[in-house]
Design a protein around this ligand. Structure first.
Ligand SMILES: Nc1ncnc2c1ncn2[C@@H]1O[C@H](COP(=O)(O)OP(=O)(O)OP(=O)(O)O)[C@@H](O)[C@H]1O
Ligand SMILES: [Mg+2]
Length: 335
């Protein structure tokens, strides 16, 4: 039996899907699929599909099957999972794995069911769902086995989750459908309002990653990007500074802070005092935004710190979840 069984952990994210086995992270690919529109056949997935964005004829549709952390297109998600699982485990018919897959805390039962069905249809032998913040906490090695409070804020591409955990379960949590993509959107809107220029989402993301920050910085950077003049329709360059990106990001960042505050308000005082001692762990790609730790430390009044493995902690937690299945099982979302 052991020869033919394998456990896999999956972090099905809005922007990236990651798969790990007990030894390592096996794969990280953009959650993007290119479909031949007429036949509904997959022509490319992951990085290869992402490179096709905006560069293919109408006969090919390039799509993100997840929106704000949840499945928006079931068929495409299943196709993608099938393809990725096949890539890491060869013939799924022989090596049908057990799978632990993360879902946002705040998903509906219908959304949970869709994820479960998709991994089962993709060829798993058995599937467990795990709340994304719980998986992250396990992946970061927080002492969630104890009756004391541990807090995480996970800043993903499509959603942000704040959660307090103790005794292998979630005590208080909040999910908002604001993530890194909304930060990019806020930059697009800012540039349109201020300069009358239209820039692409990818350009906005580059501005955020290269010169962006959550709070004003001592050293101002700047970056020139190409946009399209709203009036003339002609291309022209525009230069943005760090300060401008900080200003552009304030609204979505405020929502993230509010969500964290809400969770602290719902948390029993004894656990809050543990969190004050231990700090708030920040993970997800958005945690890499310069100064986001400072912003949260200041607005929550509790030290917030970036974890060592912000991008892979969720997938690492999903696979490690199998080692503590007996303890976490009763707290996992049911389907
Ligand atoms: N250095 C950086 N500064 C700011 N943002 C960053 C940086 N690096 C990555 N990001 C952002 O992180 C996001 C992707 O993070 P992540 O891979 O955790 O998302 P995901 O798991 O796919 O999404 P979700 O968990 O919301 O479904 C993107 O929006 C990306 O722009
Ligand atoms: Mg994620």
């Amino acid at each position: 039996m052991a020869l033919f069984s394998k456990d896999l952990g999956i972090d099905l994210g809005t922007m990236y899907t990651r798969i790990a086995d007990s030894a390592q992270v096996l794969l990280e690919e953009p959650t993007i699929v290119a479909i031949e529109a007429d036949e509904q056949k997959m022509v490319a997935a992951g990085l290869e599909a992402r490179d096709m964005f905006g560069k293919v004829p109408d006969s090919i549709e390039v799509a993100r099957p997840l929106r704000n952390g949840v499945i928006a297109d079931y068929e495409i998600t299943e196709t993608l999972l099938q393809y990725l699982l096949q890539r890491v485990s060869g013939s799924m018919r022989i090596f049908r794995p057990r799978v632990m897959i993360s879902v946002p805390y705040g998903v509906t039962s219908v959304e949970r069911r869709a994820v479960y069905e998709a991994v089962m249809e993709a060829g798993s032998r058995e599937a467990f769902l795990i709340q994304q913040p719980l998986a992250a906490a396990i992946g970061i090695d927080l002492p969630i086995n104890s009756p004391s409070g541990n807090m995480i804020i996970s800043l993903g591409g499509g959603c942000t989750e704040s959660a307090v955990m103790a005794m292998y379960g979630i005590v208080a949590a909040d999910t908002i459908r604001t993530g890194g993509m909304d930060l990019d959107e806020a930059i697009v809107n800012y540039v349109r309002r201020k300069y009358g220029m239209v820039i692409g989402q990818t350009t906005a993301e580059q501005l955020k990653v290269r010169i962006g920050a959550a709070v004003p910085q001592d050293i101002e950077n700047s970056m020139e990007v190409q946009g399209q003049d709203q009036v003339t329709g002609l291309p022209r360059p525009v230069t943005l500074t760090t300060g401008e990106i900080v200003e552009a990001l304030q609204d979505p960042l405020k929502q993230i802070v509010e969500s964290g505050r809400k969770v602290l308000e719902k948390t029993p005082p004894e656990l809050v005092s543990d969190i004050i001692d231990r700090g708030v762990a920040l993970c997800g790609g958005g945690a890499l935004l310069r100064g986001v730790d400072k912003l949260l430390t200041k607005s929550l009044g509790i030290p917030a710190y970036l974890v060592d493995n912000p991008l892979t902690c969720v997938v690492q937690g999903t696979i490690r979840g199998f080692n503590m299945l007996n303890m976490i099982r009763r707290n996992l979302p049911q389907v």
